[in-house]
Design a binder for this molecule. Sequence first.
Ligand SMILES: C[S@@+](CC[C@H](N)C(=O)[O-])C[C@H]1O[C@@H](n2cnc3c(N)ncnc32)[C@H](O)[C@@H]1O
Length: 394
Amino acid sequence: MGDFDIDNNLGSDPASDIIQDIISGARRLKIVCETLEAGLFDEIETFRGPVSSADVATKCHFSLDVTERLFNTLVCLKLLEKITSTDGDVGYKNSTATTRYLLCSKRPSMIACCLSEAAMVLPALDNLAAVLKGGTSETIAQQMVKGEQNNNTKGSDNANANPPNTVNTNPPNTANTNPPNTANANPPSTMITNNDKQMMFMLAMEGMAATCAPAIARAFDLSGNKTAADLGGASGCIAFELSRTYPNMCLTVFELPHVAKLAKKLQPEDTRNKVQIVGGDFFKDSLPPADLYIIAHVIHNWDIEKTDILLSKVYRGLPPGGSLLLLEKTLNEDKDGPWPCISMDVVMAMISKGRERTPSEYQKLLKKHGFSNTQFKSIEGCNYYDAILAKKPF
Ligand SMILES: C[S@@+](CC[C@H](N)C(=O)[O-])C[C@H]1O[C@@H](n2cnc3c(N)ncnc32)[C@H](O)[C@@H]1O
């Protein structure tokens, strides 16, 4: 290529690659959040085939130059595919990952996962240095889990307010009634403060669960269980999947009342006769009767005192032979990975008194409460779930 020679002996210090990669992670997330905010993926989808950056820019009144540069950046991120026709025309279409998880017209999606990472998780980490020095942390994310209002931010925080209009709150697989945003829609700085963070948190949980729910449902044979209750089940995503996999199972999603109210609004039609969503507090109220309890991403939120209270309550609530399906991402035995889990361990230190654990730590914890026959299934991929099944002995 002309006088642009490639010499394999020339290169930057490989030790700096690690740092560059870390820096670019934040940049990747920011670019994706802004692209979602601009409604670009939904716009591309409306063309139903490869589209030029010029056509999208014209339709949306975007800068042609920046659109083309952004499109190529999204190709590099594997969120768009670039197709060159035999005539040499260049078109772009959404990649499989984008079509499956980043379209506002679909639910479940991972849009809220991206937005909440930027708007809640990263701000929670602002406290890392302070917490390291012995402080405590009351963050936006923590307030949302409790359903409290954050007086430090502008806009509506109540549970009935609208989630960001980049997030679809229609039941899954129905068309979104919100048109895609245009370039001049809400500027990013007002996006989170003017919308409902509680709904965003729940949809983020749903997005994370949706990628693993089929694997979770198949991890163990649960066909012997007739009644199941998902304690702190958020949107109900995992319960809904179990109801489809095990048609004879009746399920309850047991959630804090303000979350249960939101979850009911989102419940898919096909699960309504099999899954009921009930408001309650698993520390204060009686648990719904069940021969299978599910607790997903709950134990890692609490200190050991609260964990012991909940696990002994679950154990007492089960009939002999009943099961607990505990879903958490587990640390490796050296406690230095995998990345989703070890990084979440630091986040948990910012937003809760909880922690992540290894499979053997979970086994020990469950044994302490009387559970036996603990089985462990790893859920492969970049995700936040592994599956642990434990039995109450006969
Ligand atoms: C981290 S989320 C996990 C959601 C869901 N299980 C999942 O894996 O996607 C924890 C959930 O526990 C619920 N929760 C917290 N305290 C609770 C309580 N005392 N009783 C019932 N649910 C509670 C929260 O509302 C939240 O939805």
